[in-house]
Structures are given as C-alpha cells and as structure tokens.
Design a protein around this ligand. Sequence first.
Ligand code: FRU
Length: 492
Amino acid sequence: TRYSEQYRPQIHFTPDSMWMNDPNGMFYYEGEYHLFYQYYPDSNVWGPMHWGHAISNDLVHWEHLPIALYPDSLGYIYSGSAVVDWNNTSGFGKDSVPPLVAIFTYNDRVGEMNGEIDYQTQAIAYSNDKGRTWTKYEDNPVLTNPGIKDFRDPKVRWYQPQQKWIMSLAVKDHISFYSSKDLKNWQHESDFQPELGAYGGVWECPDLFPIMDEVSGEEKWVLFVSINPGAPNGGSGTQYFVGSFDGHEFINENKNLLWLDYGKDNYAGVTWSDIPEEDGRTLFVGWMSNWLYANKVPTERWRSAMTVTRELKLKSERGDLILTSIPVTEFGTLRKEVKTKEQLMIVGSEKVFQEIKLPCEFILGFETINHSEFKNVSEYGFSLQNQDGEEFIVSYNTTKQELIINRDNSGVSDFSEDFNGLQYAPYHAKSTLNFRVIVDWASIEIFVNNGERVLTSLVFPKKNYDTISAFSKDGAILINKADLYELKSIWN
Ligand code: FRU
C-alpha cells in the first residue's frame, strides 16, 4: 500500500510528506473539490508557510498537486480562502472563463522579528487554469494593516443581494467584516465582539456563511471563530454563532456559546465555497490537531491530517440553533460488508466486537431501560482496546449530563504533557444515545445522535485497537444497534 507507516491515516487527507496545518481556500469548480493547506515542505515542524494543494472528485479520495503559493518578499503565505469569480469582478478572467481568486494573509517575518506590529496584510492571487497555477496580483497587499498585531485569515464570499464580496477577518479578539466590488479595494463594514464569546486566546480563521433552517424555512447565518488557546478542553478549538447578516453586520441570536467539536483535535476548519446550488450542502473540513502538541506528535515523514469531510446542518436545541456534523454521504463508499450484533443487555462490561481491523466505522445505539430496577445507571459507554492493554474510553454521565473521553491510557502520549486529560461535552441525552465512530490508525471521530455533538481525538496506540467493549455502571443498559464496517483505505 502507498502509505503504510505507523500512524499514517488511511481514510484522512495527509500531505505526502512534511508539515501541514490549517485547511485553506476550499472551493468547488468544474467537478473538482479543491483543498489547499498551510504547508512547510522542508520540515516536519511549522515553518515558512506555503499553500499545499490537492483535489478530489468525491471529498474522500485526494490527489496531491504541486504547491500553489510560495512565500516571497512580502512574507509567508498564511491562511485564507479562494472563490470562483463568476462575474469576473476582479478582471483577472481570460476568454470568458471566470478566474479563481485566492485571498490570503502575508505574514512579514522580518517585520515580526523586528518587533513591529503591522506585519500581517491581506493579498490576492488568481488562476486561469482550473487552479493548476497561481499568479500573485502585482499591487499586493490589497488590505494593509491598520496597526493591529493579529490581523489575518480572510474568508471571502459573494453577497448576492448587494452584489459585493464580504471578507471576514480575525482581528485579535474580534471579527471585522470588509466589503469589496472587485476583490482589490476593501471597505470596513463592522466589527463583531459579542459578550458571549470565548476570549482566552487569539481569534483566528473565521467563516461566515448562510445555511437553511429546515424547520422554519428561514435562512440563517453562521459565524465560525477559531480560538487558540481557550477551547473548552484546552488549546485550540472552534466556537460558532448563529444569527443574521445584512451585508453590513452580523448579529448573534443564540443564548449559549457553542463549539463545533468538543474533542481536542479539530481546529481552524472552514466550509467549501461555490458548492453548486443543486447540491446545496454546507461542507466542512478541519485540521485534526491542536497547537498544544501539533509539532510534537510521534510521526516523522509527515505531520497532521484533516478531519473527514463533514456536512453541516442546523437544528434547534434548548432554545439555540446548533450545527450538526456528519461525514459526507460519499464517505459511505469506503464501507466493506457490515457485521451486526443482536440486541445486547450490558451489566458491567462486555465485548461487542473482537478482532476488528482498522480503519473501521461502527455504530452503537444505547437505550436506557425504563424499569425501576435499572433506573440508576450512572455512566455508560464503550471503549476501544488493543493487545497491549491500551484503551480509549467514551462515556456518558447521566447525572452530570456530559460526554467524556478518556485517552490517558490510549497509547503513546509522552511527547507532550498536554495530550492527556479528560475531554468533556455537555449534552442532555434522552433515553437513546447513538454513537457513530470512525477509527483510523491515529484518530477517532465520534458523532453523537446524528452529529448533535462531535468529538475528534488523536490517538497513538502502540498496536491498532482490535476490540470494542461496552459498559455500564450502577445499572444495566441496552444496546439496540451494533454495526461494524471495515473501511477501504483512500490511498489504494
Ligand atoms: C491557525 C493559524 C492561522 C494562521 C496560520 C499560520 O492555526 O495560526 O491564524 O494564518 O495558522 O500557519
């Protein structure tokens, strides 16, 4: 097989070699989903940033393409976005083919080292050949720095009602919105800094996009704000807000602060641009790591992977509109035949599947038993185990109403003091709890009740996990669904 090193993801995107962080510039054009990423081709730790590039026709299998953007005298190429300029507003188009335009941050390393504060600016580049080659605009930067140290990660989208582009930009502890008619001249529109937000770190990688509330039939706007540090389980994480946008200002309407993923390892994710209307999905990918230890995880040839591509939807929950995430339907093509277990009653601990092969996907449906004898089950869940006694444990605490992940004994963790520690997600479960779990050689993604909660975690077991067990404490629990699928590697 093509990628068979220990810990090499089999069903997740990784660079062929060397360092990767944030996904950048995702757009769809002429049958190809493009994915760019923060890339340092000369080392397996972070360094002078380039934009690496890959394409896919199904969001599952990826083809590596040459580096799209190299650093130059204006700086390193930091995170940003890309759009199809259908109306050729930028004038970069040729022969009536719409240009593809990338909008990114230049990080002037010299200025940064000299202690200046205005070293981050926004710039553009374009492609006239389906993204195969990119030309930087000769009048870069297009948005200069107003004297603020953290001023980066432009995410641009077309705002149809007012025929203009909107840029969301992370500015230290708030999001600034800018608008433009041509992607070259930008005007400040407004700033967003809600009382509700998390402020334990620097704001990064915003994304503003509309999404349909299928229940009310109303269009809502979502704003992502990644923050590092300051996530609920430590280090990097992505908070989001749901509300309205009028081409000028975003207004949050939710009562609670929400997180896209409660696991420690999903950061700086954003959505795909230019998904055709007849498809209409909101598609997401995140960087599957955390700045607490990203540079130290025990891989050599490459470092980091992306999450599986996920579809996002709106759902109401206790007075808020929340986002649900599930793997894109295309992911199902990786499934081999299913293994199923009949209904199981769990008292204590029991093995559900043994001798499993990775990568795999499994679904476990739990149901609390409505009988006086069994009412006080305090905690239940499942674990993945290997022959070295390492295990990864997922549970639901019925009194605290929270999901808990324990990877303290899941494998190698001595590369960082920050890797261990429980991960929590608040969740009010009713009588059923359904886990859909995707297990790769070095990661576990857990989608709870159709993606109402998601927990993404890296793991570095010395041997692959080969057993799935279920358990309950202080009572019994019913498993009414247990399906297991081995998955095909995306690289072969
Ligand atoms: C987020 C981030 C961005 C920045 C990039 C640099 O992980 O810090 O804010 O543009 O990474 O690689």
